[in-house]
Design a protein around this ligand. Structure first.
Ligand code: DGY
Length: 331
């Protein structure tokens, strides 16, 4: 980046202190100190004065907003891996480049996926709740109390074998699960061999044969409700589903129905269709031990968030140095 003029960078949410300090040093940074999600009018005002917008997954960067951007807005450098909240086509049509922060949150998101894969069948939150809130419900160990289902020896079906899906597969293999996956493209023969993974061209057929389904594909118009009512009903009644990708990939209403009717044994969800709103029926299912719910925490480690910030900075600097930013998202 040249020393001449610092770009005006508008950051929509509070970022880790280290990242904000670097942003202040390098750019004319406008920060959201109190971390309040911004309203659409506030975002409009931001895109009318900033050279760069740094949004997060909580901001809706749709065509209507992009349409109102001033000619100075050149870059949307998202502090996120997923860009389903950004209309990348509308940005491209206006000559605005979009970047994201891939790779750096892969391992943490895969860890959280594995945590849910363990938590649901092994009744982790149910057990933990017995010893919280001073409820004193524990009468002591019993041979038949709090029994879950074994993980090892079971089959996991990974929907979306990209970076995060592959990282989940590595962990699942270490826990003794056999790896099955569905993806638009087959992964390399070496990866398949290393993971002893079985590829399913047909998602329907895979769903009917696995014990745990892990949703790890990106959210796009093509994956909206990919796990539809019809597909969820293909799953075995003893099976579980875990979603750490995006809520909209699973038809939540259908999932709730399947869980209530015992067509699926349980679900671990870190993401929801209308975040931060959550269908209240999930809360009842949680108290019944049929779901474990997390508030979109997949990448929530200090390390991931600092690395994401560093990626945003590199993308901005490279762009203003006149080069193609490393994490450019193509329409
Ligand atoms: C992302 O970046 O897409 C995650 O969902 C939030 O960190």
């Amino acid at each position: 980046m040249t020393a001449k003029k610092k770009p005006k960078v508008f950051i929509t949410r509070k970022l880790p202190d280290q990242v904000e300090t670097r942003m202040r040093e390098l750019f004319e940074a406008e920060l959201n100190i109190d971390d309040r999600p911004l309203s659409q009018p506030e975002l409009v005002s931001a895109v009318q004065r900033a050279d760069v917008l740094v949004p997060t997954v909580t901001d809706r960067i749709d065509a209507a907003l992009i349409e109102q951007a001033g000619p100075q807005l050149k870059l949307i450098a998202s502090f996120s891996n997923g860009v389903d909240n950004i209309d990348v086509d509308a940005a491209a049509a206006k000559g605005i480049t979009v970047t994201n922060t891939p790779n750096v949150l892969t391992e943490d998101t895969a860890d959280m996926t594995m945590a849910l894969i363990l938590a649901v069948p092994r009744r982790l939150t149910e057990g933990a709740t017995v010893l919280t809130d001073r409820r004193h419900e524990w009468a002591g160990w019993s041979p038949t109390w709090m029994l879950g289902r074994r993980i090892s020896g079971k089959r996991i079906g990974i929907v979306g074998m990209g970076r995060i899906g592959t990282a989940v597969a590595k962990r699942a293999k270490a826990f003794g699960l056999s790896i099955h996956y569905h993806n638009r493209k087959r992964v390399s023969a070496e990866t398949e061999e290393a993971l002893e993974a079985t590829y399913w061209d047909s998602l329907d057929q895979m769903l009917a044969r696995v014990d745990i389904v892990s949703v790890n594909c990106p959210s796009t118009p093509a994956t909206y409700h990919l796990l539809s009512a019809r597909r969820l009903q293909l799953m075995q009644p003893t099976s579980y589903i875990v979603n750490t990708a995006r809520g909209g990939i699973v038809d939540e209403t259908a999932l709730i129905k399947c869980l209530r009717e015992g067509r699926i044994a349980g679900a671990g969800l870190d993401v929801f269709e209308n975040e931060p709103a959550i269908n209240p029926k999930f809360f009842k299912l949680a108290t019944e031990g049929r779901v474990v719910l997390l508030p979109h925490m997949g990448s929530a480690t200090l390390e991931s968030r600092i690395d994401m910030g560093e990626k945003v900075i590199i993308n901005i600097r490279t762009f203003f140095d006149g080069h193609r930013p490393p994490d450019r998202v193509l329409p």
